[in-house]
Design a protein around this ligand. Structure first.
Ligand code: KG4
Length: 344
């Protein structure tokens, strides 16, 4: 029996993603982003994102079908992100997915965005696919989550997440403090070139009392952002120039240190010798470098999918649904909604 041909729709944040896969094979991964529209606000504006999805969905879908060389009628199933994410943005994708599934008479699969990031790993990977269990570190503008994946389609546990800002959000906010444009991640990465990561010792955050063990894998970035703001203000108040490269490099080092330390700690403490990275912040040059160094010295296998599968996309949603179908999962009933805080 041929592997299922699945369409995936992703609209949880500012990317309208349409992906088409046949089992593990990527046929199309088309993305429209409303990022430019959010730039002047310094962050994603939910209402703007939702409206942009409404406009982008049809052209993105048409482009994906052309890229895959298929017609809608060829599809075996439709999949959509039902959460977590921005409610209004999610609703656009969920509504479109239901309409498509009903009109085509095809099964519909509602999937979790975070688990989708893990599911992307199987797509056309030259060096096979990750084995389970694995630890997954997902870092983007909206999420900073550490998952223990024992089985992709049946056993995913949230070990920890950010209790305030997401890592990408911290990059965006610190860029703003330094007068750099949105999105801040790539700007900080660039500004940090030539800076000294040891110039300023910014806090690594979240020192917890002993009875807070259940938060041991959680993250916090808002204190770090405030520390950078205070440091920059003090320089400005003293009438001294702000050493942007040093601040960017030192801030980036603090974020990367915390992210990689906790992920590696989870791997060693839980006896899981595999780490998968996902999310837009994975583009960070220093994060990839430090993750490679520390996993190598701890004997942990590190996997990083290609960047276009790390940032938000529809292919990962289709890929996860294809794996659900292969595992014999029933489709979703049509009465599900958009759930901004959908648990894994
Ligand atoms: O996964 P993604 O495209 O989706 C959203 O969450 O919207 O991630 C975007 C986030 C932004 O916060 C951006 O600043 C951050 O990823 N980012 C980076 C880098 N490139 C993008 N953060 C750090 N370093 C980078 N090179």
């Amino acid at each position: 029996r041929a592997e299922p041909l699945v369409l995936g729709i992703e609209t949880s944040c500012d990317e309208t993603g349409i992906g088409i896969v046949r089992g593990h094979h990527l046929l199309a991964n088309t993305i429209a982003s409303s990022m430019d529209e959010h730039a002047r606000y310094g962050g994603v504006v939910p209402e703007v994102a939702a409206r942009a999805h409404l406009e982008a969905l049809e052209p993105t879908l048409t482009a994906a079908l052309a890229e895959a060389g298929i017609a809608l009628a060829d599809l075996d199933a439709v999949a959509v992100t039902s959460g977590p994410g921005l409610s209004g943005a999610l609703m656009v994708g969920v509504g479109a997915a239901k309409a498509l599934a009903v009109s085509l008479g095809k099964p519909l699969y509602a999937v979790n965005h975070l688990v989708g990031h893990v599911g992307a790993d199987v797509l056309d990977s030259e060096d096979g696919t990750i084995e389970y269990p694995t630890i997954a570190l997902l870092v983007s503008g909206g999420h900073t989550s550490l998952l223990l994946v024992r089985d992709l389609v049946s056993d995913v546990e949230l070990l920890g997440e950010t209790i305030d800002d997401a890592a990408g959000e911290a990059f965006d906010k610190v860029a703003r403090i330094l007068g750099l444009p949105y999105p801040g991640g790539p700007q900080i990465d660039r500004a940090a070139v030539g800076g000294d990561p040891r110039a300023i010792r910014f806090p690594r955050g979240l020192s917890l009392p002993k009875d807070m063990e259940r938060h041991r894998y959680d993250f916090s970035f808002s204190g770090l952002k405030t520390a950078v703001a205070r440091w920059v203000e003090a320089k400005q108040d003293a009438g001294e120039p702000v050493p942007v490269a040093d601040v960017a490099a030192s801030f980036r080092e603090a974020v990367v240190d915390v992210l990689v330390s906790k992920a590696v700690k989870a791997c060693t403490e839980l006896g899981v010798p595999r780490l998968l990275l996902g999310g837009g912040v994975i583009a960070n040059a220093r994060l990839r470098e430090v993750a490679a160094e520390r996993t190598a010295s701890a004997g942990i296998e590190l996997r990083i999918p290609p960047l276009q599968l790390c940032t938000d996309n529809g292919a990962m949603i289709a890929a996860l649904a294809a794996q659900l179908i292969a595992a014999g999962h029933e489709p979703s009933s049509l009465d599900f909604g958009a759930d901004s805080t959908l648990p894994v």
